[in-house]
Design a protein around this ligand. Structure first.
Ligand code: FCB
Length: 459
């Protein structure tokens, strides 16, 4: 990067990314597809959870969402118009094997077949995720992720998907954010299935990782040329004060949130001192499990949104004036840079893809029919500056996928948070690219962008 100081207030520097750098966007099945009962799909644990009183802030559900199931062809045309190289989506298990195990629903697979072909025809690389939280309710009823059998059912489902799509996909990602599945689903109860038990969270975490390991084995054998990946979220943490209590709390939360999933994949096992601290007897961990989980991956998907300060008694509050998004998450781009360097140093995975990064913003300003979301544009640009720097420092980062292509169903928050670079009018299902989409499109097409030399993030 050219860092020559300049006195010209309008001076700009152009950042160019390495040849082949992947620019793309991400979504997930439950958040956009709708068509909740079409073509043989069964309910997922999220279809059921949405019906629980008080579970979703605005009482909404995923029945229609962005109606992407019916509008995918236009949506792919839009992705291609934006000039994006890749599109990350997830596959709904409950469309493919409605009962969780057993009969494969060909009509459900047909949808992903059509979507994959449409993307390939448009020169957009499909990046499917096999599990983005929407477990078939049939398996939920049999214990969900508390049951070891669910991991084997996931391997069976992986087989069915690979058999249909395995000839056309370069990169398979197994799970999305297993921490959130285990923690929000089983410990805090904010997500489906809404349980609140630390012990259950530990059990679920291991069965999720076992599912990753077993699916990885299937992917290796059915698509030996494809790349194997998992998507893990990282929220870097720092103690709110120097007190022992805050430092210890930070240490264990960091192990549970930021290392619990990546350490086993990286061959380091579950963080031992936190296993002891939680008095987890690891009865769920059978011989051979950890080796399966540690089988080499080709690519780590990193989801990053924010950092957090930790106080032992949960009393910490962000100082007034701290930049935040509409969900109250601090905006702190340099943390993405340090995270990328740390993950690369700790694990040395062959490649890293930013599989999610983005922000919900107020989206109140509209000009000529289009949302002028300079705040989101700045967020994306400032994080990409950090990615560019990390690449210059030697991190093997192959691309950046913005979360999200569309405004969509944001889980327990419902439809209020707007993450899209493309606005969705949920009355008419009209899609209107925001200013950030135009900026991102230009960055993708030209493989870079300019930053003002006076940008606060540079220095
Ligand atoms: C991540 C999820 C994704 C989306 C973003 C905002 O945790 O993977 O589905 O909800 O957060």
């Amino acid at each position: 990067m050219n860092t020559t100081a300049s006195n010209d207030p309008d001076a700009e520097t152009r950042l160019t990314f390495p040849d082949g750098f992947v620019w793309g966007s991400a979504t997930s099945a439950f958040q956009i597809e709708g068509a909740a009962a079409s073509d043989g799909k069964s309910p997922s644990i999220w279809d059921v959870f949405c019906r629980q009183e008080g579970a979703i802030a605005d009482g909404s559900n995923g029945d229609v969402a962005c109606d992407h199931y019916n509008r995918y062809a236009d949506d792919v045309a839009l992705i291609a118009d934006l000039g994006l190289d890749a599109y990350r989506f997830s596959i709904a298990w409950s469309r493919v094997i409605p009962e969780g195990t057993g009969a494969v629903n060909a009509a459900g697979l047909d949808f992903y077949d059509r979507l994959t072909d449409a993307l390939l025809d448009a020169n957009v690389t499909p990046v499917p995720t096999l599990y983005h939280w929407d477990l078939p309710q049939a398996l939920g009823a049999r214990g969900g992720w508390l049951a070891r059998d669910t991991a084997f059912a996931f391997a069976e489902y992986t087989d069915a998907v690979l058999e249909r799509l395995g000839d056309r996909i370069d990169t398979w990602t197994t799970l999305n954010e297993p921490f959130v599945s285990a923690n929000h689903g089983y410990v805090t109860g904010e997500h489906a299935p809404g349980h609140t038990s630390v012990a259950e969270g530990l059990t679920a975490s291991h069965h999720l990782m076992l599912a990753h390991g077993l699916a990885g084995e299937r992917i290796r054998s059915m698509a030996p040329d494809a790349r194997l990946a998992i998507v893990i979220n990282f929220t870097p943490l720092a103690p709110a004060t120097e007190s022992d209590a805050d430092r210890i709390a930070t240490h264990h939360r960091n192990n549970l949130e930021n290392r619990w999933y990546s350490d086993p994949v990286g061959g380091l096992g579950y963080p031992a001192d936190t296993v002891a601290h939680l008095e987890w007897d690891q009865a769920e961990v059978h011989d051979g499990d950890m080796a399966l989980i540690a089988a080499p991956i080709d690519l780590l998907g990193i989801n990053y949104y924010t950092r957090e300060m930790v106080s032992d008694d949960d009393s910490y509050e962000l100082p007034a004036g701290t930049p935040v998004n509409t969900m109250g998450w601090e905006i702190h781009p340099p943390t993405l840079g340090s995270l990328l360097r740390e993950v690369d140093d700790r694990y040395d995975f062959p490649s890293i893809l930013i599989t999610e990064n983005g922000a919900p913003m107020p989206d109140r300003i509209r000009k000529n029919g289009r949302i002028e979301d300079d705040d989101r544009l700045d967020y994306i640009r400032d994080h990409l500056v950090e990615v560019h720097r990390a690449i210059a420092d030697g991190c093997p980062i192959e691309g950046y996928l913005v979360w999200s292509l569309f405004d969509n169903f944001e889980w327990a928050w419902g439809y209020a948070p707007r993450f899209g670079i493309v606005e969705v009018d949920f009355e008419t299902q009209q899609r209107i690219p925001k200013k950030s989409a135009e900026w991102f499109s230009r960055a993708a097409i030209t493989n870079g962008f300019t930053v003002p030399d006076r940008s606060p993030q540079r220095g």
